[in-house]
Design a protein around this ligand. Sequence first.
Ligand code: AMP
Length: 582
Amino acid sequence: MTILGIDLGTTNSAMAYVKNGQPEMIVNSRGERTTPSVFQKNINGELVVGSVAKNQYSSLPEQTVLEIKRKMGTDEKITVGETSFTPEQISAHFLKYLKQAAEDFLGEKITEAVITVPAYFSDAQRKATKIAGEIAGLKVERILNEPTAAAIAYGLDHPDSEKNIIVYDLGGGTFDISVVRLDKNLIEVKASAGDNHLGGMDLDRLLVDWVAEQFAEQYDVPLFSFGEASEITQRHARVKLEAENVKKSLSSELSATFNLPFLAVYEGKPISLDYTITRAEFEDIVRSLLEETLVHVDKAIHDAKLAPDAIDDIILIGGATRIPLVQKLVEAKFERMAKKDINPDEAVALGAAIQGAMKEDSLSEESSLMVIDVCPYTLGTDVLRIVDGKRQSGYFDILIRRNEPLPVTAKKIYNTVNDNQTTIDIGVYQGDDEDARVNDDLRITETPLIVDEIPENAAGKEKVEIMFRYDVNGLIQIEATVLSTGRTISQVLDAQRGIMSARQVKEAKLELFDDWEKSKLASEMKGVIRRAKKVRRNAEPQQAVQIEEAIQQLEYAIQETDVELVKAREEALLDLLMEIIE
Ligand code: AMP
């Protein structure tokens, strides 16, 4: 049984599998090797995914969702038309499409997948990704870090290397940098760093701002300030799509043009935009954002205890690394050229497929690999300290240091601080600041993580052992044991705000199935309904009413996802049309 490798990107996604010991890309139903991560639910209830949805974005911005990856792990609701979705549900719809496309390509059912995420994704973001897979009907065999996946693909291609490489991954929405040691068949991540909110889409946004500035200068009015709200949304969508096109063109051309005919109507006059930007101007606009990536690069090579000249190969992945300035900055830093023999859009999916095959043992003996990844974050709890004779709370006490190899388990013993203290609230933080509250609180949960039933005793007499475990998927588990009684509280951090509960996941799975059934029916009935509406236009008034009723009955049956009823009402409508036409 094939385990699907899925690179679930902010802007584009890709799939791969292993065939005869070698990873290969899977093309979608349109013959594309990557699929835009765009989801659309149109007013008929039809679900559209990928390029078609992206192409229709500027005409249906309110029915279209882009860049959902940025929202994973949050409790934000996304409204598409009339329906509200969690980020996991949108991502699940997208994964469901990919799963179906892979099944059509391979001619077999797919039930398991390795899904990649940015190395710097938090616990909540990883969990949300895993849940999205489950809703889509996929058992997520592994959540794999994207740069690690690319290093695996590179490692399989260069089996006898003994090298230090960096994987610089600038995708649509995230940036990751990993320093990796390749030692024959061992792939050992030494350090990872990154930013979950830095990617190609941020460059697009800067270009949209640039267009808005040019416009304001020319017309003396802000571009997104006039007209109906829906017009402004559409206008924004068109400029955003064009910004991405211009950005991509500037990777190969020295100048590119924003060509936006009839973008708006202002003071009764139609306005078309035609602004040319040079590569040098673009570089000025995006330079400081791109230079930020180098700060993370420095951190990662420092953590890996390597000097820049100890790096043998530079691997660039993610579509945005096609930007010449990105290449220039990285190559200048390491004083060497980046490798060009790796496809930046495909390496991650190929690596995910290889990881899946490792579980299945379907790689040949000579290509067998061993992969060691790291925890990119420092994790700890908050403690009370005595400073200058005074008690001060909120100190960050580290349990797991960043870049520890996975899986990693750390235990520490803490005392009660008050007489007869019977409970301890365990804080879980990620970050590097001495003040716990400055770091990210991972336990943003409705129910705090509390150890209770501690026997009443003098301050400091009762001891609680706290264990943090960061597993190979990057998920955190916490355990606390009251040493005097052996009472243990254990919790995977799954009661976080923004993470769907098991019951919600079950319901979402049924809903998703129903939505796709409905979508299938709606798309099958589209032709008949269109024809009926055409006949209705030229029909006698009484016949027109009959047709309208029959259409409504058919639409109702689609809404109810009642296949039998849809068939019956389709037939009734067709019979009626035949009668009228005759
Ligand atoms: P990924 O998530 O790896 O598919 O990366 C997608 C990001 O790369 C998007 O922001 C794309 O606009 C960007 N991208 C793709 N091709 C190019 C290109 N030729 N030049 C600049 N950016 C690109």
